[in-house]
Design a protein around this ligand. Sequence first.
Ligand SMILES: [Zn+2]
Length: 137
Amino acid sequence: MHELSIAHSIVEIAKQQLTSPTERVRSIRLRIGALSCVHRDSLYFSFDLITADTPLAGAKLLIDELPIVVFCPNCEALRELPGIQSFTCPACGTRTADLRQGRELDVESIEVVDEGHSVNTPTSHMVTAEARARTSP
Ligand SMILES: [Zn+2]
C-alpha cells in the first residue's frame, strides 16, 4: 500500500498544475532514490488505478532512478555506491553512513496538454514542480 499512497500524493501535486477543464496531464517525471524502496510496477499499477476517469488518465510516469551517493570522510569526496547492501566507500573501503543521495521521491516535472484548442495539435507546456511527493521518513 506504500505505492498507493505515493501515487495519491503525485496525483494531488499534478492536479494543482491544471488551470482549465480542458487541460490534461500527459506525463509526470519523477526522481526516485534507490533507497526509497518504491516498487515501480506497483506504482504504475496504483497510478493507473486512481487516475482512471480523471484528467490524469493515461498519463505516463517517467521515472529517473537515482543511485545512492555517500560522502567518504577518508577520500573527502562523494562516492556512488553500487548497491544498498553495504555502506562502504567503493574507492577505499571506509565505512560511511553520510548519505547524500538515495532517499529522493520528487516530482520533477509535469507535462500538461490543453485539448481545448484542437485535438490534433494540442498545446503543451512543462511545469516544474518543486514540491516533494513525500518527505523522507
Ligand atoms: Zn573513500
